[in-house]
Design a protein around this ligand. Structure first.
Ligand SMILES: Cc1ncc(COP(=O)(O)O)c(C=O)c1O
Length: 368
């Protein structure tokens, strides 16, 4: 078994987290409180959206976004199979049906022209996935959504800090969902955020993440005497997770900068390499390059060669549409077929220094 010297993911954890978390651990209060409020504030300021609700995962944020979009039994959501199962499982949980859009083979992003063909009376939402931190075709997706009056939900699990045409991801759509799970750019152990455009959605989401009840009103009488109007969840973030997040946020700019710098440098070095196709990326956007995705001929041979040299590289998310639970959604997806055959991601994060990145490029350039 070859030792992996450069993993595809690595958890960033600043030493300052120790004091941040220790204070919380012995404070006598661990549930959702002041630390969650502080972390929420930091995230709100960073993405320039005052309507942010912290959750215990991005999956929870997506679930509530679907529910607020009206997804229920028999409804459809246009989404991509080229993602984590977490994007699509909540649609099924609500009784809805994922409808797979094919992808643009140049980018792996959902193809807006295919999305439009899939709209029906039952469509309640379109998912815009920022694949590995590369912003989705937001303008085109919004144009379709506006035409048919449908909600847009961004799965921004890989895109905390990314920018679409100069504006940070977090405010463009009805809902934007971030993940602070262990291997994301910043982590709270597990955690997520739901960012809302409308005040009404925001106020409902605040309640839905905790059984449909406004936690902020604790201490102002018996909160359980108020009516509960939405099916809610035990989906809130706690102060321990938020304390980790607060320590992480101090480093957000430098972390994201490192991912981005590595991604751009990979593109420059690997451009023109035989057997490698570089994805097209809009230079107006800022990608967070959660992984550096390329299309490689005979990718399994290249994966093996890289592994022999201590480098982990593979397709991060196998396509979702092959699982039995999604059999009702089966559809021909020629561009997804093409993309999956070649899709391979290279380590791109803060733990990859210039020397290691150049070594990885040389291994690839020497052929496989
Ligand atoms: C694209 C995508 N969406 C959603 C999620 C779910 O995130 P979480 O683990 O915070 O629920 C992930 C997790 O890796 C993901 O990659």
């Amino acid at each position: 078994m070859q030792t992996i010297r450069t993993p595809l993911f690595k958890v960033f954890m600043p030493p300052t987290v120790k004091s941040s978390i220790e204070e919380t651990l012995f404070s006598g209060f661990l549930a959702e409180g002041e630390k969650v409020a502080e972390f929420t504030q930091l995230v709100s300021q960073f993405i320039h959206n005052p309507q942010v609700v912290m959750m215990n995962s991005c999956t929870m944020a997506l679930t509530i976004a679907y529910q607020l979009s009206g997804v229920g039994p028999g409804d459809e959501v246009i989404t991509t199979p080229l993602t984590s199962i977490a994007t699509n499982m909540p649609i099924l949980q609500l009784g809805g049906k994922p409808v797979w859009a094919d992808v643009d083979p140049r980018t792996g992003q959902s193809d807006p022209s295919d999305i439009e063909k899939l709209i029906t009376q039952k469509t309640k939402a379109i998912v815009a996935l920022h694949k590995e931190g590369d912003p989705a075709y937001l303008d085109e997706i919004h144009a379709v959504a506006k035409k048919y009056d449908i909600r847009v939900i961004e799965d921004a699990a890989h895109a905390f800090g990314a920018k679409y045409k100069g504006t940070r991801i977090g405010t463009h759509s009805d809902f934007v969902c971030f993940s602070f799970q262990a291997i994301k750019h910043i982590t709270t152990g597990d955690g997520g955020a739901l960012c809302c455009k409308s005040e009404n959605d925001y106020l409902r989401a605040r309640k839905m993440k905790w059984f449909g009840v406004e936690r902020e009103n604790r201490g102002t009488g018996n909160i359980w005497e108020n009516d509960i109007q939405d099916r809610g969840y035990k989906g809130n973030m706690n102060d321990i997770a938020a304390a980790i997040g607060i320590a992480q946020m101090k480093h957000i700019d430098e972390i994201i900068e490192k991912f981005n710098r590595n991604g751009l440098a990979y593109s420059e070095s690997l451009m023109g390499t035989a057997g490698i196709t570089i994805l097209e990326r809009n230079p107006e956007n800022f990608s967070t390059f959660w992984g550096y995705c390329v299309l490689a001929d005979h990718k399994h041979n290249l994966e093996k060669k890289l592994r022999e040299q201590g480098v982990a590289a593979h397709q991060i998310h196998p396509r979702n549409d092959v699982y039995s639970i999604f059999k009702e959604s089966k559809r021909k997806l020629p561009q997804v077929d093409y993309f999956c055959q070649k899709e391979l991601s290279l380590p791109c994060g803060w733990w990859v220094d210039d020397e290691e990145r150049e070594r990885i490029c040389s291994i690839i350039q020497s052929g496989w």
